[in-house]
Write a protein that binds this ligand. Structure first.
Ligand code: BG6
Length: 488
């Protein structure tokens, strides 16, 4: 099968940090179809060889399981080409069309790794030169819009030139092996399904914590904030994966229909819940791993009076038969105490206690997403005291855990998120991509929060870099008599 992959934004950050390393890994794993061509598109003039050298030099700055040997890179580089384009000029698309039509590849992928403001124009210009045939697939990177209206405008414009089945909206969290395993755990095993409901589950906590700050993306981030950057997409997709009903099969639309139902069932915000259940924070100077780091307002590209949130913590509810009344807590932030993404499913206590259990602990399933990838099941067992005969048997229980480490089981060089997603686009598999209605529903749910924060005289609450966010986040969950895992 032959393919052409056109990378708009071919010299940008996303291309050299994520896409090229992922394509290289796919090449190394032998999973790229052999007759491939990758065309980087950018504003500067350069030859194919200069582009190859640029990408090669950038490989030194990215994480790769194994550095490529010179020969290995050379073989990969033979796939790379470069085209200078001014994306606002129709004539430049005609030139691209000539290049692509001369080859007639089975699949043409247009990867829009550019600012979202350019998406509509690129799609319209592509269509004007006939680059929207059935072999074309368009990949749209997040953020897709800034709010519901701009998201809709982009979706409508793209849908005018291509049908939904040719549009691949990326949420790279869906490509992570750990998230694949979440689906496998829920829908490939019968064990958890009977427990997966309000009668047995007390609450669910989704944490995506980062140690990094905004790095070199200050200006972009200042215009975005954590709610748009992480919650509207990654965190809500995780919530869907946890909360959705079993799909009738593994086809893209069956999965997406179920995720959509979850998003539609999210309890709407009220002025009261917006105040109590939507907490925002912004990091102040602090320490990460023993090193002093500046506060958000001191980061380059950030406005010195910025009110942009770098931390969000929310309490959501899925209003349906399975989940009514079960709080789903979501928190995410930059410059937190640890790099750690996990989901904690906290089960209800036994209805009647005949043992003494240690305070605070309880039965829970922890789904570790990163940096660890695995499952932990926390249970109670008879502890040391009983074996030593020091106490009457059966009195006190100790917490114990079953631990499944997927990295140990399957090895660490598994297919990464972008590698999998790029291969899925080339092979036309839509399962792990987000449909327009899902995306709009997610925007519809977060928009009242954005509005409330815009009009709220109080800005985000400061938190010291290297902590778990503002204390209001702990207070929010404590009002339900629960606690975040590191506090219990
Ligand atoms: C991106 C956000 O979508 O996800 C970044 O724009 C964030 O701000 C990143 O750092 C986190 O991804 P990962 O895979 O490192 O958890």
């Amino acid at each position: 099968m032959s393919f052409d992959l056109v990378l708009f934004g071919g010299t940008g950050d996303l291309t050299w940090r994520k896409l090229m390393p992922a394509l290289f890994q796919a090449f190394r794993h032998g999973s790229l179809p052999p007759e491939g061509r990758i065309i980087g598109v950018g504003r500067d003039s350069m030859s194919d060889d200069q582009y190859r050298a640029l990408i090669h030099s950038r490989f030194d700055q990215v994480e790769l399981a194994k550095r490529p040997s010179a020969g290995e890179f050379e073989q990969f580089a033979a796939l790379l080409h470069y085209l200078r384009m001014d994306l606002s000029q129709a004539a430049d698309y005609a030139q691209l069309a000539d290049i692509l039509k001369a080859r007639q590849a089975n699949t043409v992928v247009m990867y829009l790794a550019t600012a979202p403001a350019l998406f509509t124009g690129i799609c319209e210009n592509m269509a004007a030169v006939g680059l929207n045939g059935p072999q074309t697939r368009v990949v749209l990177e997040k953020p897709l819009g800034h709010d519901l209206a701009s998201n809709r405008a982009i979706n409508e414009a793209v849908l005018r030139v291509l049908p939904e089945r040719q549009i691949f909206r990326i949420d790279h969290y869906l490509g992570k092996p750990s998230v694949q395993n979440l689906f496998a755990m829920r829908f490939g095993n019968s064990l958890f399904e009977p427990l997966w409901r309000r009668e047995t589950i007390a609450n669910i906590q989704i944490t995506i914590a980062e140690e990094l700050g905004v790095e070199k993306r200050g200006a972009f981030y200042d215009n975005t904030g954590a709610l748009r950057d992480m919650v509207q997409n990654h965190a809500l997709q995780l919530l869907c994966a946890i909360g959705m009903e079993p799909p009738i099969n593994a086809h893209a639309d069956a999965i997406r229909d179920e995720k959509l139902k979850v998003l539609r069932s999210l309890k709407p915000w009220t002025p009261e819940t917006l105040k109590q259940h939507a907490i925002r924070g912004q990091y102040a100077a602090g320490n990460i791993n023993g090193e002093a780091v500046p506060g958000y307002l001191q980061e380059s590209g950030v406005h010195p009076d910025s009110r942009t949130e770098t931390f969000v913590s929310l309490r959501a509810e899925i209003a349906n038969w399975r989940w009514a009344g079960v709080p789903f807590y979501i928190r995410t932030g930059k410059r937190l105490a640890d790099r750690d993404a996990h989901i904690e499913v906290n089960f209800r206590p036994t209805p009647h206690a005949i043992f003494k259990s240690p305070q605070g602990a309880g039965n829970r399933l922890v789904i570790n997403l990163q940096p660890k990838d695995g499952l932990e099941l926390h249970l109670f067992a008879q502890g040391q005291d009983n074996r030593a005969g020091g106490r009457a048997a059966g009195q006190t229980l100790a917490p114990v855990q079953l631990d499944l480490d997927f990295d140990k089981r399957f090895g660490t060089e598994r297919v990464g998120a972008y590698e999998r997603l790029l291969l899925d686009v080339i092979n036309g598999r839509l399962n792990l991509f987000v449909r327009s209605d899902e995306q709009e529903e997610a925007w519809r749910w977060v928009e009242p929060i954005l509005d409330a924060w815009k009009h709220d005289a109080d800005g985000p609450r400061p938190y010291t870099a290297g902590t778990w966010g503002p204390s209001a986040s702990s207070a929010m969950i404590a009002r339900d008599d629960y606690c975040w895992s590191e506090e219990c």
